[in-house]
Design a binder for this molecule. Structure first.
Ligand SMILES: [Zn+2]
Ligand SMILES: [Zn+2]
Length: 333
């Protein structure tokens, strides 16, 4: 099979021919149809002590079950499935015993601790698999498994309700879906991005307001609209997060799902004045991923994607990293 491999932390992608992997007794083999390109791939591409090289990244996988190990009873060949960031869980740590599988302390991350989806075939653990509705195109379903799930979960787990003012910072892979979900949820939706390039798309996706953060202070713009009940920050930039905290209204929350490398300076006086908070949202469980896909099929909320051949995954990654993709790159083997 063809696979896009990162040989070590100082090299980029290399296309290799590899043997098709045989599933262990508790593995499922998936013939990959599509795999989305996520910023989380940087753990492998840029280097991290958690990664054993060589590694095949990719954690927004959609495909078809092709073979199952002897102990797998839940899935069978022909099932249409997805695999996201959550590559399995141990079932025995304290988090798992509470049923909080997302916080499992021994969780293999797809494409980081085990090979992911930039290949014609990949192996996955059965508890990590997600059923994919027939209505969804593979390339459009793939980004829902990380980008979609992360935004969907953060919005539905927050306190905001119908008519509340909800802002989405950063209109990229996560953010453009965040705007669409916020609109579908009945929030008064504000898209915040640098420049005007994404203004038209943001309105098409359902934004009621657009704030160009190069021309307007986002916090002042949010206060002019009454103060935000929730800000979903997808921007991996510290200044973009810091700039919205003072835009929170009473009991408002900035939930971060894009993670700057540097720390974020936060005006805690404003948090005190409005009983506000700054929080972080993880991706989500396979069950939540399935709900994201079902909602996508129900309400026709799917990402806008640019498709790349597997051999072009390095280009797709660079364009994603430059914020140049509209709005999610997807690789097909
Ligand atoms: Zn991701
Ligand atoms: Zn566990």
């Amino acid at each position: 099979m063809r696979a896009a491999v990162i040989p070590d932390e100082s090299s980029g992608y290399r296309i290799e021919d590899r043997p098709v992997p045989d599933p262990d007794p508790d593995d499922v083999r998936v013939a990959v149809d599509a795999c989305g390109v996520c910023r989380g791939d940087d753990v492998v591409v840029e280097g991290n002590p958690a990664v054993e090289y060589p590694r095949v990244p990719g954690h927004e996988i959609v495909g078809t079950v092709d073979a199952v190990g002897a102990d797998v009873t839940e899935w069978e060949p022909g099932d249409r499935v997805g695999v996201g960031w959550h590559g399995g869980h141990c079932f025995t740590c304290d988090a798992c015993r509470r049923g909080d599988f997302v916080l499992c302390g021994d969780k293999p991350v797809t494409g980081i601790h085990r090979d992911g989806g930039y290949a014609e075939f990949t192996l996955a653990r059965p508890e990590a698999l997600v059923a994919v509705p027939d209505e969804l195109d593979s390339a459009e379903a793939a980004p829902l498994l990380c980008a979609g799930l992360t935004s969907f979960n953060a919005l539905r787990n927050a306190d905001a309700g119908l008519g509340d003012l909800v802002a989405v910072v950063g209109i990229g892979g996560l953010g453009h879906l965040g705007v669409a979900y916020a609109h579908e949820a009945g929030f008064e939706t504000v898209a915040i991005s640098r420049g005007t390039d994404k203004r038209a798309a943001a309105h098409e996706l359902g934004a009621d307001h657009y704030v160009d953060s190069e021309r307007e202070d986002p916090a002042e713009a949010l206060q002019a609209l009454g103060g935000a009940d929730l800000v979903l920050s997808t921007a991996p930039a510290s200044d973009a997060v810091a700039a919205v905290v003072e835009g929170l209204g009473a009991d408002g929350e900035v939930c971060n799902v894009g993670f700057p490398e540097e720390s974020v300076p936060v005006n805690v006086s404003h948090l005190g004045a409005v009983r506000g908070s700054v929080s972080g949202g993880p991706s989500g469980s396979p069950c939540a991923a399935e709900e994201t896909l079902e909602f996508g099929a129900l309400r026709n909320v799917t990402p806008r994607v640019e498709r790349f051949d597997l051999a072009e995954v390095g280009t797709a990654y660079r364009r994603m990293d430059d914020g140049d993709v509209r709005f999610r790159a997807v690789v097909t083997p």
